[in-house]
Structure formats: structure tokens, C-alpha cells
Design a protein around this ligand. Structure first.
Ligand SMILES: [Zn+2]
Length: 272
């Protein structure tokens, strides 16, 4: 009996991991996955999204990030809201439309890759976007006090922190052990699924993002409640350093609680 339930548990774990990997979308980079395009009704020839609408409606905020990244990846960046006057205009406070939890990697500057400006993104960055108490407080602050409704966990291809965790070092120096331990579950999943070393690292990067998305969705007391009520969206994405494309993970968009229709903002095709 005991052995049977152990086998069943293993079977379900295997099934869950397989589903997660499929959902993570191992399809090639280069363009936003068809599934995401379909889910968000993205338009081929659209590059701009209104800022105020993005603040009110997190689905629209998500589109705004995708259109901004499309500008960047296609060398059409407009660098909005980045003049000296924008930087010095502090009277109205801040209303960032997205919180980004990203990697500290110097090659992943969030405002540049999403082609956004001053006051748009509330960002917390650590190696491997590993989170601890201070990060949670930072994200909750944006949610509770700035009313930011979109949260994006942003991993990236060639992530040094994930590569280090894949080596499963026995005694990482100093506090680096915190990073390694946090990424270890994803690296163990990847090791048992990746055909080549390169593929295993890609799987670890995506699995790490998926686990971090799940962690935030269940984080008591603020985020779990707000997510369940459909008041914040928490999604995952992976940035490709070679193509400049941020690939949003379809499963993290599919599994969102229904957003209240009445609150959807009217979309405007402007970057103002
Ligand atoms: Zn990294």
C-alpha cells in the first residue's frame, strides 16, 4: 500500500514536471509565442500602448511591455519619458504600471529591453531573480501602496546564477549559497530532462521562473489574496540576449484568474 502511494506520488510529480516543461514553451525564440499572441490578441503591426490604460488594466500593461520589447528587438526603440524634464518631474509621485523581478545581470537593463521610461517600472533585481524577505516587501509595497497590478518574473538565457546552480557546488562562498539553494530545485528538474547541457540550462532557467511565479502567487498575506481576486497578474518571461526578445511563458498567462471585465481600460495606440 505504502509502496503504491509512493509510486503514485512519483508518477504525479513526473506528470506535473512534464506539464510544466511543455507549458514553459520550448519552442524557438525570435517572436512572441503564437499562444501568447492569441491569448492577448496582440496585433502584428502594433508597437505602441497607452500608459494610463496600462496602469489600470494589467492585461493591457502586459501588452505594453510586449510592444515595447518588440520595438527594442526590431531596433525601433523610441526611449519614451527619458528626458531631463521627465527625470526631474517628481511632483506627482509615481505610478509604475509593472513590477519586474529580474536578474542582476548587467546585460538585462529592464527599461531598455522593454523600451519604457522614468516612472514606468518598479524593479527588484538579484542574481537568478532569487527572492527573500526584502524582495517580498518591495513587491508588496508596489501592490499595496502604488497600486501596480502587473508583476513579471523575468529570467534570461545564459543566466550565470542558474549555470552555477546547475553545477551543484558543495560549498559556495559566503551568501552565494542562498542563491544556489533557491535555484537548486529547478536545476534538479532540468538535469533529469535536458538532453544536452545547453538544453538542461534552458530548462532550468524556465523552470526557475515558473517556480518563482508560483511562489509569488501563493505568497501570504498580500499577493495570494490579490492574485486570487484577480487584482494583480503575476506572469513569467525569459529574455533572450541574442535576439532581444522577451518570451512570455504562455502557461503563466493562461492560468490567470478572470479579470473583471468592467475594469478593462479602453486601449489606445499611443505611447503617451
Ligand atoms: Zn542571470
Amino acid at each position: 500500500m505504502k509502496a503504491n502511494s509512493k509510486i503514485t506520488r512519483h508518477y504525479f510529480r513526473f506528470l506535473l514536471i512534464t506539464l510544466l516543461l511543455l507549458a514553459a514553451g520550448l519552442e524557438s525564440y525570435g517572436q512572441q509565442a503564437e499562444k501568447v499572441t492569441e491569448l492577448l490578441h496582440l496585433e502584428d503591426n502594433q508597437y505602441f500602448a497607452d500608459r494610463d490604460s496600462a496602469y489600470v488594466d494589467p492585461y493591457y500593461g502586459l501588452k505594453k511591455l510586449i510592444y515595447g520589447n518588440k520595438r527594442f528587438a526590431e531596433n525601433k526603440s523610441i526611449r519614451p519619458r527619458q528626458t531631463d524634464a521627465d527625470l526631474k518631474n517628481n511632483e506627482l509621485g509615481q505610478k509604475p504600471f509593472a513590477t519586474i523581478i529580474g536578474c542582476a545581470d548587467s546585460r538585462v537593463p529592464n527599461e531598455i529591453i522593454f523600451d519604457q521610461g522614468v516612472g514606468d517600472l518598479f524593479i527588484t533585481r538579484t542574481a537568478g531573480q532569487v527572492m527573500a524577505e526584502a524582495s517580498y516587501g518591495t513587491i508588496e509595497y508596489a501592490t499595496e501602496f502604488l497600486n501596480t497590478r502587473l508583476i513579471v518574473v523575468l529570467g534570461h538565457e545564459s543566466c550565470g546564477a542558474v549555470q552555477a546552480a546547475m553545477k551543484l557546488p558543495e560549498n559556495p562562498p559566503g551568501h552565494i549559497v542562498t542563491l544556489i539553494n533557491a535555484i537548486k530545485p529547478a536545476s534538479l528538474v532540468a538535469k533529469s530532462h535536458g538532453e544536452s547541457e545547453e538544453e538542461a540550462i534552458d530548462i532550468a532557467i524556465r523552470t526557475n521562473v515558473l517556480e518563482q511565479v508560483q511562489l509569488l502567487r501563493g505568497l501570504e498575506p498580500v499577493l495570494s489574496r490579490r492574485f486570487a481576486e484577480g487584482k494583480v497578474l503575476i506572469v513569467g518571461a525569459v529574455y533572450n540576449l541574442k535576439t532581444g526578445v522577451v518570451q512570455f511563458i504562455p502557461e503563466t498567462i493562461e492560468s490567470l484568474p478572470k479579470f473583471k471585465q468592467g475594469e478593462k481600460a479602453e486601449a489606445k495606440k499611443t505611447e503617451k
